[in-house]
Design a binder for this molecule. Structure first.
Ligand code: AR6
Length: 167
C-alpha cells in the first residue's frame, strides 16, 4: 500500500522512519533535526559509531524514543542543476532504504521528501522519482505499507496528483 499524508515524520507510528540525513550522520535541521529531537541523545550516540554514509546510500539505527522501531538514515544528493547524477542518487536512496526496511522485516515505512529542503532538489522531480521507485519496489514486496509524509500542503498536493495518476 502506498499513500501520502501530511504531518511531522518524527511522530509517525511505523516500523521504519526514513531520515533525510547528511554524509556525517551526525544530525542537522529539517527532518534530521525533528527525528533527533524526538529520538533523544542516544540516537546521536549510535550514529557516531556508524562512521558516516555516502550519498545515495543508507544505514540503520534503532528508533530509541521514537514510535518507530528503526530509523533508516538515507543521504540524498545536493541539487546542483540536475546534470550531476542527482536523479539516480535520489533513486538509490529510496531503493536502498526500502531494501533495508525489508531486510529488517518491517511492515510499514514512512519517507520524507528526501533532498527537497536544505538540499534544494525540485519537489516535483523528486516526488516523481520517489513514487516510481516505491511503486517498482512494491511489485516485489507488495505487503509493505509505505507512507510519504509531507510537511506542507504543496508537497502533499504533488504526491496526491502523482498517486492518482497511477491509479
Ligand atoms: N516531517 C516531515 N517533513 C519535513 C519535516 C518533518 N518534521 N521537516 C522538514 N520536512 P530537509 P534535505 C520536509 O531539509 O533537503 C538536514 O540539515 C521539508 O519541508 O529535512 O534532504 C540534514 O542534516 C522538505 O520538503 O532534507 C542534511 O544536512 C523535506 O522534508 C540536510 O538537511 C526535506 O527537507 C538534508 O536536506
Amino acid at each position: 500500500m502506498l499513500r501520502a499524508v501530511s504531518g511531522d515524520i518524527a511522530q509517525e507510528g511505523v516500523d521504519v522512519i526514513v531520515n533525510a540525513a547528511n554524509t556525517t550522520l551526525l544530525g542537522g535541521g529539517g527532518v534530521d533535526g525533528a527525528i533527533h529531537r524526538a529520538a533523544g541523545p542516544a540516537l546521536l550516540e549510535e550514529c557516531r559509531a556508524l562512521g558516516g554514509c555516502p550519498t545515495g546510500q543508507a544505514k540503520v539505527t534503532k528508533g530509541h524514543r521514537l514510535g518507530a522501531r528503526w530509523v533508516v538514515h538515507a543521504v540524498g544528493p545536493v541539487w546542483k542543476g540536475g546534470a550531476r547524477g542527482e536523479d539516480e542518487l535520489l533513486a538509490c536512496c529510496y531503493r536502498n532504504a526500502l531494501r533495508l526496511a525489508l531486510e529488517l522485516g518491517a511492515k510499514s515505512v514512512a519517507f520524507p521528501a528526501i533532498s527537497t529542503g536544505a538540499y534544494a532538489f525540485p519537489p516535483d522531480r523528486a516526488a516523481a522519482i520517489a513514487v516510481r521507485e516505491v511503486r517498482d519496489f512494491l511489485q516485489v514486496a507488495g505487503e509493505l505499507e509505505v507512507r510519504f509524509v509531507c510537511f506542507d500542503a504543496e508537497t502533499l498536493g504533488i504526491y496526491e496528483r502523482l498517486l492518482q495518476a497511477w491509479e
